[in-house]
Design a protein around this ligand. Structure first.
Ligand code: NAP
Length: 265
């Protein structure tokens, strides 16, 4: 009897945090997972933890380098064929702790978080559009609830996530005509190496495993925006409709970002 084809996910940013947890979650549900990121040894660790090594494929890449993205895609297509779902999940976070605005730091965050996704899309859009043998083709971009309104300390990070949401909205209709769905994941606070550096209380913090489970459960749905946890998502997204005066008064009240060192040169 012919073996039924296993569903394939390609996770870019799978070496730690949400991406690593998502790889394990999907593999436990019998998906095949291609694992990408720069740190090969971390990707191999994740691979080792899969319930069956045949369910994983390590494809190191740097999202800043288009050639490595293209090479990884080529290897995946040759090994397994096109994926059903791709997660463009790589990201970095640099909190602006004082008012020292370092353009290099802002550029680095922009390059990884935004241009890294653009590089991924450049490689994926033509390939996914041609993969007509796959019944449902999805590309997920990991943005953040921090992309919905300007938040103190997220001055370098938040705009990259806002831009990703805008980009996915803009692309959605024309990609749909090609049979490809682009969707956005917008988590609140998730306990990962990225947030381990935060020195403030993180409301509604969830584990990476919990985030991964929520993402897996959303895969069968059709919502453009997969935002969680729900209370945090409702609060942050409703802030968009607050008048500015009220929004800034609320931030002051919460003491967010007011204890800051003066700018220095
Ligand atoms: N944790 C949260 O509270 C939270 C909330 C909202 C959104 N997010 C978003 O969720 C995503 C995952 O973050 P996380 O919290 O799981 O953090 P994380 O554990 O630090 O994971 C970040 C991932 O991105 C990869 N990455 C970074 N730079 C890369 C590059 N140049 N090329 C390829 N891969 C690169 C890392 O792999 P290598 O270092 O091996 O390359 C790693 O796998 C990010 O987009 C983040 O912005 C996180």
């Amino acid at each position: 009897m012919a073996q039924t084809r296993k569903t394939i996910a390609w996770i870019v940013g799978a070496s730690s945090g949400i991406g690593a947890a998502l790889a394990l979650e999907l593999a436990r549900h019998d998906w095949r997972v291609a694992l990408s990121g720069r740190r090969t040894e971390f990707l191999e660790e994740v691979h080792k933890r899969l319930p069956d090594p045949a369910l994983g494929l390590v494809l190191p890449l740097d999202v800043l380098r288009l050639d490595t993205f293209e090479e990884a895609a080529e290897r995946l297509w040759r090994a397994w064929g096109p994926p059903d779902v791709v997660f463009l999940n790589a990201g970095i976070y640099e909190p602006l702790r004082d008012l020292r605005i370092d353009p290099e730091e802002f550029r680095r965050v922009w390059e990884v978080n935004y241009m890294g996704v653009v590089n991924g899309l450049a490689v994926l859009v033509p390939r996914m559009a041609q993969a007509v043998e796959i019944r449902r083709r999805q590309i997920f971009v990991t943005a953040s609830l921090a992309g919905f309104r300007g938040l103190p300390q997220a001055e370098a990070y938040g705009p990259t996530k806002a831009a990703l949401i805008n980009l996915a909205e803009a692309l959605r209709g024309r990609l749909e005509q090609q049979g490809v769905e682009i969707r956005v994941i917008a988590p609140g606070f998730v306990a990962t190496p990225m947030t381990a550096r935060n020195r403030f209380p993180m409301p509604f913090l969830i584990s990476a495993e919990d985030a991964a489970r929520r993402i897996r459960l959303a895969l069968d749905g059709h919502r453009f925006l997969v935002a969680f946890p729900r209370p945090m998502s409702l609060i942050v997204r409703s802030l968009r409709f607050f008048p500015d005066r009220l929004y800034f008064a609320l931030l002051r009240r919460l003491g967010a970002g007011v204890r800051s060192s003066p700018p220095s040169r």
